[in-house]
Ligand binder design. Structure first.
Ligand SMILES: [Zn+2]
Length: 158
């Protein structure tokens, strides 16, 4: 899969370097695994940005490898994350389009993380946060498509 890293109005982002068909795996969200206490320490020490840790379990996070770290958020994402942490195309993506996923889909219900969003979508939530900040109908779609990890699904079922 050909991917290009380019500047965006918020920093950098990952763009399709070729047409990506719906259902294709773009990449996998890889990184080093840490428990929250360790991640929190790194954030407080200024070594990790608050928006960057990628939650994979109730208390486990990935500090993502350089490429996966660069994917930006969109409230109307063109990729989602499968249970195997693969970034899968939710529709056909044209060359030159930025590839974005919904950050909130991986953030547990009791997280107080918030980020201002300027994704520009008509569906933009403006202020994004944990999984509960995703409208229920959208959450339902993600769940049906297998785009919510087990810990999120079990939290939502409670
Ligand atoms: Zn948005």
């Amino acid at each position: 899969m050909k991917l290009n890293v380019k500047k965006t109005n918020t920093g950098r982002g990952v763009f399709a370097g070729e047409e990506i068909k719906k259902g294709s795996i773009v990449t996998t969200m890889t990184g080093k695994e840490y428990v929250w206490d360790k991640v929190e320490g790194l954030i407080k020490a200024g070594k990790v940005r608050l928006d960057d840790p990628f939650q994979i379990e109730e208390d486990d996070f990935l500090l993502l490898d350089p490429l996966p770290l660069l994917f930006n958020h969109s409230c109307e994402p063109n990729v989602g994350i499968t249970k195997k942490r693969a970034l899968v195309a939710l529709r056909d993506i044209l060359p030159g389009e930025e590839i974005c996923y919904d950050y909130s889909a991986t953030v547990c219900t009791h997280s107080s993380w918030v980020m201002r969003c300027k994704c520009g979508s008509v569906m933009c939530r403006k202020k994004i946060g944990n999984i509960l900040t995703i409208p229920p109908s959208v959450r339902k779609t993600y769940k049906a498509k297998g785009l919510l990890s087990a810990f999120i699904r079990s939290e939502l079922a409670q």
